[in-house]
Design a protein around this ligand. Structure first.
Ligand SMILES: [Mg+2]
Length: 394
């Protein structure tokens, strides 16, 4: 079997562009993959086109060897754009292999550990009394873990963000939520790497111990030593990893105890080939995977197969589920009418979980005719600035 073509599509994903890749073969079997690097998808598409030139004619069954060639062949190894492209192709190769062998992808990864993959949900209600009601409602719906976020600019473009103001009111309301719901529910927060070490430490220290079960990305991840410093200043478990693009980037966070949940994104880390290696490394350090899943049904499906195949799974990120209609919050779930045009067959969210599928490959279908000719819609992520005009992390 040989690869005959690799096609890239950049459809609008509801809130941002999505990168979908189709790998075709001379036996008529094809596979779909996806990249998670939103907002720089044109660069990812460019890398995929580079890879296309030398992958045509190669055997698609050799995903591991092709991963090595894609990662190392340009001499300047690695980087987030490259592995975002590798991820999409690697996932498509596993979709092909599953279809060829007539088995779901997780069968290629060691088989099934679980029948369902549980999700975690994010409350998008503003910090205030309504947040308590929303968290109570989510607990009532059966969500096993609930995450708070930090609001994006209301106009979707730019806004002033002052960390000290944020950590004051966010910590105050999270304390109230915990008091209201008791010690049982799992509560976490994603600070979207908007804080410094000092600010993140102050935030954690403002709350009684055990108020939060995890804090996701309090600071940026380029410097593991900064996380080591923060680790020494708080006892809140860390959930790190959504931006990481290889086992080598994950390595210090796993081996030095700098994360307690691995927030890997299978569409960025390097596909199934790399995600399974990271999962094994995490297993050795008693760290559960809590995958990042912000883009669409393809990433959802790949993540479900990954979590089906590993012993160390906590919860999969679920975008706003269809059962939640919150004024002012856009439905960016997988099940909007626009999404179903492109993805007529998905791994469906059933309340708070996904049932592990039994169809060959990823077990999803993409209508290519809905992608052909779709105009690319340029999008930039919103910007945040400090009061003094300086740029700060979104
Ligand atoms: Mg995050």
């Amino acid at each position: 079997m040989k690869i005959t073509d690799i096609k890239t599509y950049l459809p609008w994903g509801g809130t941002r562009p999505e990168t979908l890749v189709k790998v075709e073969t001379d036996e008529g079997v094809f596979g779909w993959g996806g990249s998670g690097m939103s907002t720089r998808e044109l660069a990812v598409e460019g890398v995929i086109n580079h890879y296309r030139r030398f992958l045509i004619g190669k055997d698609p069954m050799n995903a591991g060897a092709l991963w090595q060639e894609m990662y190392r062949s340009q001499y300047f190894e690695g980087g987030r754009v490259l592995t975002a492209a590798i991820s999409a192709i690697d996932i498509a190769l596993y979709d092909i292999k599953g279809k060829v062998l007539g088995v779901p992808v997780y069968e290629l990864l060691g088989g099934k550990h679980r029948d369902i993959v549980k999700g975690f949900v994010t409350s998008y209600v503003s910090y205030g009394p309504d947040l308590i009601d929303d968290v109570r409602s989510l607990i009532g719906q059966g969500w096993p873990a609930i995450r708070f976020g930090i609001p994006d600019p209301a106009d979707g473009i730019s806004e002033v963000f002052e960390p000290r103001e944020s950590i004051a009111y966010v910590s105050e309301w999270i304390i109230k939520v915990r008091e209201a719901v008791g010690s049982g529910p799992v509560l976490g927060i994603d600070y979207h790497h908007r804080l410094s070490v000092a600010e993140a430490a102050s935030f954690c220290q403002k709350m009684p111990s055990a108020t939060l079960d995890f804090i996701e990305e309090p600071i940026r991840d380029e410097t593991p030593d900064a996380y080591a410093t923060l680790r020494s200043m708080t006892d809140v478990p860390f959930a790190i990893g959504e931006e990481m693009s290889s086992k080598w980037q994950m390595l210090p966070y796993i081996e030095r105890g700098l994360t307690n949940f691995a927030r890997i994104d299978i569409c960025n880390i390097g596909g199934f080939t790399e995600a399974m290696k990271v999962a094994g490394w995490c297993e050795a350090h008693y760290i559960d995977l809590m995958p990042h899943n912000p883009v669409g049904p393809l990433c959802t499906a790949a993540s479900v197969h990954l979590l089906a195949a590993v012993p160390n799974s906590s919860w999969l990120e679920v975008r706003t589920p269809p059962s939640r209609s919150i004024p002012g919050i856009q439905d960016h779930s997988d099940s909007t009418p626009e999404r179903r045009v492109i993805f007529p067959k998905q791994i469906e969210l059933e309340g708070t979980y996904y049932t592990v599928p039994s169809d060959p490959g990823l077990g999803i279908e993409i209508d290519e005719s809905a992608l052909v000719g779709q105009e690319y819609r340029y999008w930039e992520a919103p910007r945040l600035y400090r009061e003094d005009g300086s740029y700060t992390n979104r």
